[in-house]
Design a protein around this ligand. Structure first.
Ligand code: PGA
Ligand code: ZN
Length: 440
């Protein structure tokens, strides 16, 4: 039984306040820390911040902490921690907001409790977290995902001119997760050397997700550099590339165009850098043909349904088109995407939806609809490795947790290495089945 639930303020990888929740049961004390996004889209569950500008620039979480201690605790104390579904429903009912975004008590408050409860549930059953989540999800094949390493960064987080937010290496041809890590790490270090040679050592500083952000303006040039680094390591037959365009960040509402020069002021943007959705689609086709880009996340603005539909119609068989800001791990958004064929994969982020049960439901729905599922970290993440267990337990086949750099990113990859060891000869690496792991 749950005896106590309490929260405290800690800090995430960007030095912003976040909350840690502790759930106490007869088996001990179980913790979870909540991550935070940088570009939280309007379709995500609500992250409750204090808004008091005198403290942490308004980013304090004391209200969320109070909501855990005063309301959510009362709602779940006495419940059986293995009853994840019942507990998550009690949390949702306690919040009671009618916008579906957990906006009264905060999705961050609710998620912290939900995650810590999962750990308590696993302990009560005496099994690792990934097995507990696997049980909760109806026992799909436990699987080690293809790690999706964001090694080069642009977009609004980076100081360079690149519009695309993330350039991602996916070792789909590796033999095991361990081998995939070796490939990713070798490419990362080769890339670092090449960037130091070409742009100077200062250009090897890393961004929030551990990726490099050298002074490059052209997305094609970034892909060229990455391709060269991969070739130098000799792993070119074993990896494919992905990008997260995060195109909502550079969509220009006024002109209805995409501004590839969006970090400059409007006046300085040369006309050839203002792209129509069709121009962008043509670029994506080039990236796929010339650089083996096989996965593209948020290729258009989150409300540009027509362009999503066109791209999925033309390229959906060949490449994965992921909705992150586009779907917000939101069931209604996913249902309409399936119905209208506007993308073919979901980026699964726990804090976009707010409870472990709803994340499992989102995964089930995506899988049953033939959608790919990439579990994802957030830009503001923590040493908590929860999503590694979530990804392996659900067998989604793909995990994005940044570059193999910065310990909050490695915490997830390292936990997966442990899980692979724990499974021993039963370990299954998603490999070529990263898009449709249920076929394995
Ligand atoms: P975010 O970035 O967590 O800051 O939203 C990750 C992503 O866009 O995939
Ligand atoms: Zn994204």
């Amino acid at each position: 039984r749950i005896k106590d639930v309490r929260a405290r303020q800690l800090f995430d990888s960007r030095g912003s306040p976040t909350l840690e929740v502790e759930v106490e049961t007869d088996d001990g004390c179980f913790r979870a820390i909540v991550p935070a996004g940088s570009s939280s889209g309007p379709y995500e569950a609500h992250e409750l911040r204090d808004g008091d500008l005198k403290l942490f620039n308004g980013n304090g979480v004391s209200k969320a902490i109070k909501n855990v201690n005063n309301e959510l605790a009362v709602a779940v104390i006495g419940m059986d921690p293995t009853d994840q579904q019942g507990i998550d429903q009690a949390l949702i009912d306690c919040d009671g907001s009618d916008d579906g975004k957990k906006s009264r008590l905060g999705a961050n408050a609710i998620l912290g409790v939900s995650m810590a409860v999962s750990r308590a549930g696993a302990a009560k059953k005496g099994i690792p977290l990934y097995k507990h989540i696997n049980n909760l999800a109806g026992n799909p094949t436990v699987m080690l995902p293809v790690p999706c390493f964001n090694v080069l960064s642009g977009g609004s987080r980076a100081g360079n001119g690149l519009s695309v937010q993330e350039f991602i290496v996916m070792p789909t041809g590796a033999e095991s997760f361990k081998h995939a890590m070796q490939i990713g790490v070798e490419i990362y270090h080769k890339l670092k050397d090449m960037i130091a040679d070409k742009f100077g050592k200062a250009a090897t500083n890393v961004d929030d997700e551990g990726g490099f952000a050298p002074d490059i303006d052209e997305n094609g040039e970034a892909l060229e550099l990455l391709k060269a680094a991969i070739k130098e390591t000799g792993h070119q037959e074993l990896v494919q590339l992905g990008i997260d365009a995060a195109a909502s960040e550079f969509y220009d509402n006024q002109s209805g165009k995409y501004n590839l020069n969006f970090k400059q002021t409007e006046q300085q943007t040369p006309p050839e850098k203002m792209k129509t959705a069709n121009d962008l689609l043509r670029l994506y086709k080039l990236y796929a043909a010339n650089y083996g880009v096989i996965s593209i996340e948020d290729p258009f603005d989150k409300d540009d349904y027509a362009s999503y539909g066109r791209m999925t119609g033309e390229l959906g068989e060949l490449i994965q088109i992921i909705g992150d800001d586009f779907l917000g791990t939101n069931m209604q958004r996913m249902e309409s995407a399936v119905e209208q064929n506007t993308c073919n994969a979901v980026l699964l982020k726990l804090n976009q939806v707010g409870t472990v049960t709803e994340a499992i439901e989102a995964n089930d729905f995506a899988r049953n609809s033939g959608f790919g599922v990439m579990v994802s970290h957030r830009a503001g993440d923590t040493e908590d490795s929860f999503i590694a267990a979530l990804c392996a337990g659900l067998g989604t086949g793909q995990l994005k947790s940044g570059a193999p750099c910065r310990s909050e990113r490695l915490a997830k990859y390292n936990e997966l290495l442990r899980i692979e060891d724990d499974l021993g000869s039963n370990a299954v690496y998603a490999g070529d089945y990263w898009r449709d792991p249920w076929m394995l």
